[in-house]
Design a protein around this ligand. Structure first.
Ligand code: BTN
Length: 182
């Protein structure tokens, strides 16, 4: 790994932490808030790919585990992994490598790193797969049915689709620069 790679990883982790300063919006029907940090996780997958993206998110998770206040609203600690948001946090760690895989698989139908490919990749991974993990997690953790959990999680869909669209626009602008200097 080169100095440039380490710099990109560190900057991405710093960006995700900076997004924690944007206040969470509590949602009455589910004990998980609307946050902007998952937008940073989408960017990690889109801009850094599977390996570097995963390292940048893993660094965040290590900081959470040791109790640093790096999650939205300044919370952290290992307890975060077993709370209602635990499923989301797990999916954040998986997201960059799942995005890289989906981008590759969709490459059979849509050119890799095309707008369509990146947008479908972002929606499939950061919304469909992530929500599936979180829906099961919240259902077990909060003792509600899978249907109740599914319906409650849908509150996040409009905002997360918007975040995915914006993240893909940013990725389309930055990927040529990142890849040119690679
Ligand atoms: C935490 O700060 O403990 C994690 C919060 C996770 C919130 C999830 S991310 C996907 C979905 N979209 C949102 O805006 N909020 C939830």
């Amino acid at each position: 790994m080169k100095t440039r790679d380490i710099t990109q990883i560190a900057l991405m982790t710093a960006l995700i932490i900076a997004l924690a300063f944007v206040p969470a919006i509590p949602v009455a029907i589910i004990p998980v808030p609307i946050v902007l940090q998952n937008f940073g996780i989408m960017l990690a997958g889109l801009l850094l790919g599977g390996k570097k993206g995963t390292i940048s998110v893993a660094l965040l998770m290590v900081m959470v585990a040791v109790g640093l206040p790096v999650l939205t609203g300044g919370h952290g600690g290992a307890i975060s992994f077993i709370g209602p948001s635990g499923g989301y946090l797990l999916s954040w760690l998986l997201m960059p490598s799942l995005m890289a895989l989906t981008n590759k698989l969709l490459g059979r139908f849509f050119q890799r790193n095309s707008f369509t490919n990146l947008l479908l990749t972002s929606i499939i991974v950061s919304i469909v797969i992530t929500y599936l993990i979180a829906i099961v997690w919240i259902s077990v953790q909060s003792h509600i049915t899978l249907t109740q959990s599914l319906l409650a999680n849908m509150i996040f869909a409009p905002g997360d689709i918007l975040k995915a669209i914006i993240a893909v626009f940013i990725a389309k602008r930055l990927l040529p620069i990142i890849n040119k200097n690679a």
